[in-house]
Design a protein around this ligand. Structure first.
Ligand SMILES: Cc1cc2nc3c(=O)[nH]c(=O)nc-3n(C[C@H](O)[C@H](O)[C@H](O)COP(=O)(O)OP(=O)(O)OC[C@H]3O[C@@H](n4cnc5c(N)ncnc54)[C@H](O)[C@@H]3O)c2cc1C
Length: 374
C-alpha cells in the first residue's frame, strides 16, 4: 500500500520519472485489507488523490462504552484493497508487475526470484513487516482482529460506522467490535482485541461476530469476504533491519503505535517523496523524514504501556475516558499530531490507569516476528 500511494503521487507530480512497482501478490485478486482513516488526517490535495479509489466515507461515527455512547462529528473514510489496487493498476499499467516474487533488494537493484534483476537510481523496500523485525520480550502487545463483510436480509439501520463498540464482554484484553456500513444492507463487522496473545482463533471469532450480529437484530444472508490481521502495538521503538536498501512503509516503522494503522503515515511519506528531487542526498532525506515520524510516535509507546499494564478486563477504561475528549483531540490522536493542549487534556483529571504504570517493567512474553495474520 505505501509503495502504491507513493507511485500514485509521483506519477502526478513528477511524471517525467520512470517508476516501477513489483509485488509478489496477485493484485487483481487482493480483497484485503480495508484501510480506514479520519478525513482530517489528509490534506485537501491528498484527499483528491485518494478520491478515485475511496470505497466509502461517512460524515460522523459512533463509539460505545459500558458508561456511554457518543456520536463524533468526525469524517471517517475507508479504502478497500480491491478498489485501491484496481485504481493503481489502471494508473501504472505495465509498470506494475504483480505475481512477481523478489528475492533480494539492493540499494540500486531488485533481484527477482527467477534470477533476473531490475536496476534503478532509487529503490525503496516496502515489503511490509520484515522477518528481521524482532520484538524482544515485553516490548510489544498486539491488536488482532478478524472481520467479515456481511450482506444482510434487511437494512441494518446504521447511519454511521461504529468505530468502537466496547460495551461487550472484555475477554482477551481490550476488546471491541468495529462496524462499517457499506450499503443499506451490507457491512463489515470486525472483532478486535488488544492482547498479548497473537494467535487468531478464526472459528471462535466467526461465532462471536454471528452472535453480535444477531444481538443487533441483523440476519445474515451471505458472507461476502473475510479479513484478518495481527498488528504490533509496541511499547518502545521497533528495531528496524539494517540493510543497504531504503525501507519504506511499515518496514521503516511508519505506523501509529497505538492503532497499528499506517495509511496516514504512508500518505504523508508519499506526499513527501513526490516533491523531493531524486538527487544524491535522497537516502539522507528519507532517513530525516523517518526520524521526524519517529518523534511523533514516542508518546504513543507510553499509552501502549499504560494500557497493557492494566488487567485485560479493565484496559477499555483508557479509551472510554479518551473518547470523552473534544473531537479535535480525538482526530489529532489518530493522526499522531497531538499538540500541547491535547497532552494536557489526555493527562488532566485522574486518568483511569496511573500514568506512572507506563514506567513499569513489563511482564515477560515470547519473542515474536511480525507478519500479517500471525
Ligand atoms: C485486516 C487488516 C486491516 C487493517 N486495517 C487498517 C486500517 O483500517 N487503516 C490502516 O491505516 N491500516 C490498517 N491495517 C494495517 C495496514 O494494512 C498496514 O499497516 C499496511 O498495509 C502496511 O503498508 P505497507 O505498504 O508498509 O505494507 P503492505 O501493505 O503489507 O505491502 C507489502 C507488499 O509487499 C509485498 N511483498 C512482500 N514480500 C514480497 C516479496 N518477497 N516479493 C514481492 N513482493 C513482496 C506484499 O505482497 C505486499 O503487497 C490493516 C491491516 C490488516 C491486515
Amino acid at each position: 500500500m505505501s509503495a502504491g500511494l507513493s507511485a500514485i503521487l509521483l506519477r502526478k507530480r513528477q511524471p517525467h520519472l520512470r517508476i516501477g512497482l513489483v509485488d509478489a501478490a496477485d493484485l487483481t485478486q487482493k480483497q484485503s485489507p480495508t484501510w480506514s482513516f479520519h478525513g482530517s488526517d489528509l490534506t485537501a490535495e491528498q484527499r483528491a488523490v485518494i478520491q478515485p479509489c475511496l470505497s466509502a466515507k461517512w460524515p460522523a461515527y459512533e463509539v460505545h462504552f459500558p458508561e456511554y455512547k457518543r456520536v463524533l462529528d468526525l469524517e471517517y473514510a475507508s479504502v478497500r484493497a480491491a478498489d485501491f489496487f484496481a485504481h493503481l493498476k489502471s494508473l501504472m499499467g505495465a509498470d506494475l508487475r504483480d505475481r512477481c516474487e523478489i528475492a533480494d533488494v539492493r540499494s540500486n537493484a531488485v533481484v527477482l526470484a527467477d534470477g533476473s534483476s531490475i536496476t534503478a537510481q532509487v529503490v525503496v523496500d516496502a515489503r511490509g513487516w520484515s522477518r528481521a523485525t524482532n520484538h524482544d520480550k515485553g516490548t510489544v502487545g498486539y491488536q488482532k482482529f478478524f472481520g467479515m463483510d456481511l450482506r444482510l436480509k434487511a437494512p441494518h439501520g446504521l447511519k454511521h460506522p461504529r468505530v468502537m463498540d466496547a460495551s461487550i464482554a472484555q475477554v482477551d484484553g481490550f476488546r471491541f467490535f468495529y462496524v462499517l456500513p457499506w450499503t443499506a444492507d451490507s457491512l463489515l463487522i470486525e472483532d478486535t482485541r488488544y492482547t498479548l496473545d497473537p494467535l487468531i482463533d478464526k472459528e471462535q471469532m466467526r461465532r462471536e461476530i454471528a452472535t453480535y450480529a444477531e444481538a443487533q437484530g441483523w440476519q445474515v444472508a451471505e458472507v461476502e469476504r473475510e479479513e484478518q490481521g495481527c498488528l504490533p502495538i509496541p511499547f518502545r521503538p521497533t528495531a528496524l533491519p539494517t540493510t543497504a536498501s531504503l525501507a519504506w512503509g511499515v518496514r521503516a516503522g511508519a505506523f501509529h503505535p497505538t492503532t497499528g494503522y499506517s495509511f496516514v503515515f504512508a500518505m504523508e511519506a508519499a506526499d513527501w517523496i513526490s516533491r523531493v528531487p531524486m538527487a544524491a542526498d535522497f537516502g539522507e532525506r528519507v532517513r530525516h523524514l523517518q526520524s521526524q515520524m519517529a518523534r511523533r510516535q514516542r508518546f504513543f509507546y507510553w499509552i501502549n504501556r499504560m494500557m497493557f499494564w492494566e488487567q485485560p478486563g479493565r484496559r477499555y477504561k483508557l479509551l472510554q475516558r479518551f473518547y470523552r475528549l473534544p473531537e479535535g483531540t480525538v482526530a489529532r490522536f489518530y493522526s499522531a499530531r497531538f499538540g500541547p493542549l491535547d497532552y494536557l487534556r489526555f493527562f488532566g483529571g485522574k486518568p483511569p490507569i496511573p500514568t506512572t504504570k507506563a514506567l513499569s517493567i513489563f511482564p515477560n512474553h515470547k519473542k515474536v516476528q511480525f507478519e500479517h495474520g500471525c
